[in-house]
Each structure stands twice: as C-alpha cells, then as structure tokens.
Design a protein around this ligand. Structure first.
Ligand code: ADP
Length: 319
C-alpha cells in the first residue's frame, strides 16, 4: 500500500483535526503517502484533494472543527456518484481511505468499499451514538461544554429561584443529555430513549419546590422535542418562574479535550496500521478502555442504546 487518503464527513466534532493529524503523521512515518479529501464525499466526488505532509497538519491539534472541511453530499448516495468518486481515487493511485464521521458517513464508507477501495472508519460525532464503541471523538468535549453551561445556569437559577430548561444536541440520541445531566446535577433529564411524561415532570417540579428545593435544572435532549414548548408547559402548569436556553452549535465547537485528543490520535494510528496490513471495512473504537476493531456492517447495522444504569443514577442523585 503506497497511498491513502483521509477525510471528515457529516457533522463536525472536536477532535477531528487531531485524528487527521495522527493519520498523516503515522502514515508518513510508515512510508505511506497521504492525501486529504476536502468536504467529505463532496470532495471525493468533485476530485478536491491535496497531498498532505507532516507540516500540513501543524497547528491544528488544539482546534475544533476540521481543517479539511466537512459536508453532506446527496449524489454520493447514488451508485453513479460513488463510481465517479471511486474513479477519482483510483486515478490518483489511492488504495485506502480513513473516513472520520458519524453513522451516515460510515454507511457511505461501506458502500465505497464495494467499489474496490479499502475503507477504515473512525467514529467522529459529538452524539456518541455509534454502536460498538463506548466513546465517539468529540463527545467528551461536547459534554464538558454542556456542563459548563449548566454550571452557569445554576448560578442564575439559584439567585432567582427559577426552573431552567436547557435543550442540548444529540439528534435521536440522549447520550449528551444523560451524561451532562448526571455530571451537572440536573434535576430532570428528558431523553428520547425513555418515556417522557410532561404532566409527571410538572408534578415532580412542583413537589420538589414544595419540599424546599430552591431551583431546578431540566435538561432536554433535542430528540425529545422543543425545550421552548416544554418550558411553556412547565410555566403554565406549575406557575414556577421558568426560563429556556437552547445551547445549539456551541456544543460542536471548541478546543478538543485531552480525552478526545488521545482517543482521536490512538484510533487514527490503528486505522492507518490496519490499512497497511490489508484490513478493510472496520471501525476503530474504544471498549472498556481498550482499542477495538468493529466490523463496519455491525457498526452501521445496530442502533446504539443508552446506558440505563447511568440514567438511573442521574435520577437517583437528583432527589
Ligand atoms: P453523519 O456521518 O454525521 O451521520 P450524514 O448522515 O449526513 O452524517 O452522512 C454524511 C454523508 O455520508 C452524506 O451526506 C452522504 O454523502 C453519506 N451517506 C450517508 N448515508 C448514506 C447512504 N445510505 N449511502 C451512501 N452515502 C451515504
């Protein structure tokens, strides 16, 4: 194997740059040439690629986002689109690609492999919703951002005796809400994986106020619905002074945490070494603290569930 490529795809996440940097430097160390594909499958399709050197990836380790850019590319979902993309790689002599992205990007990777390109995936998403790995690159940074927001909301909620409703990201997954809710001491955590009963929620908030709780933080995963609507219902049903914050894209940015940098660098090294050994169609992840290779078809074929013991603990501690 003489030449590989690396790209980021789908939603960006902090640590993607750290992963690209490690892919490039490990490959070069092993005597393999690396190309960077701009804007995910869009760049693969449009043939927008650049040869990367060790120096090309200097000064990016600590930056959020991805210097290669990322995009969503509809034409890659068609066979003709994928054939053109694969041809672009073959013409340049690129035999394998490291694809850093979420579920959709990994599905695309599996399909690309059917056209004779070796693919290895790295889980890059803040949502932590990829099957087979305990953590995705960017999740740790995102939950730290959310906890910082909860800490700040606590200060003002406590001063005014308010209910603060905070909407966080996660698409259809409750990982961000659940984990940040536990770490931030949220009184109520609403996630799509658990039944949400808003009447019950309001009753609990009223009851805890009567029992002497000065203020409450409610964390809502975006997959449950709009925090604005939920906040309006809480205000109406309980009469409590309620405010809503939607944290939004702040959760996707920022300098990656130590955990995300190490996860990204470690998994990237494995990805390159796998391609060099002739391995394809795997996703590298972390399970119980060890690096694991997961079959790409398994990773994309399963839906990751939440860890119910964490949810139970968060609920227990919020009393
Ligand atoms: P993420 O990777 O974060 O889940 P998306 O679901 O938007 O983000 O997927 C990113 C890109 O991956 C899409 O724009 C498309 O180019 C490619 N992709 C996603 N799903 C498929 C699919 N079923 N077949 C081929 N390509 C896909």
């Amino acid at each position: 194997l003489k030449r590989i490529a690396v790209m980021t795809s789908g939603g960006d996440s902090p640590g993607m740059n750290a992963a690209i940097r490690a892919v490039v430097r490990v490959a070069i160390h092993e005597g393999v040439e690396v190309w960077g594909i701009y804007n995910g499958y869009a760049g693969m399709y449009e043939d927008k690629m650049i040869k990367l050197e060790s120096r090309s990836v200097g000064d990016i380790l600590h930056r959020g986002g991805t210097f290669l850019g990322t995009a969503r590319c509809e034409v890659f979902k068609t066979l003709e689109g994928r054939q053109k993309a694969a041809e672009n790689l073959k013409r340049r002599g690129i035999e394998g690609v490291v694809i850093i992205g979420g579920d959709g990007s990994l599905t695309g990777a599996q399909l690309l492999s059917e056209l004779g390109i070796a693919v290895v995936g790295l889980p890059g998403t803040i949502d932590n919703d990829i099957w087979g790995t305990d953590y995705t690159i960017g999740f740790d940074t995102a939950i730290n951002t959310v906890v910082e927001a909860i800490n700040k909301l606590r200060d003002t909620a406590s001063s005014h005796g308010r209910v603060m409703v905070l909407e966080v990201m996660g698409r259809n997954s409750g990982w961000i809400a659940m984990t940040a809710g536990l770490a931030g001491g949220a009184e109520q955590i609403l996630i799509p994986e658990m039944t949400v009963n808003l009447d019950e929620l309001c009753a609990k908030l009223s009851k805890s106020r009567d029992a002497g709780k000065k203020y409450s933080i409610v964390v809502v995963a975006e997959g449950v619905g709009s925090a604005v609507t939920i906040g309006e219902k809480i205000a109406k049903d309980t009469g409590l002074d309620t405010r809503v914050s939607v944290l939004g894209h702040i959760q996707r940015g920022g300098s990656p945490s130590v955990f995300d940098r190490i996860l990204a660098s470690t998994l990237a090294e494995h990805a390159v070494m796998a391609l060099i050994s002739g391995i394809s169609n795997v996703l590298f992840g972390s399970k119980n603290g060890a690096v694991v290779a997961i079959d790409l078809v398994d990773a994309i074929g399963h839906k990751r569930t939440i860890d119910t013991s964490t949810f139970r603990l968060a609920t227990l501690l919020s009393k």
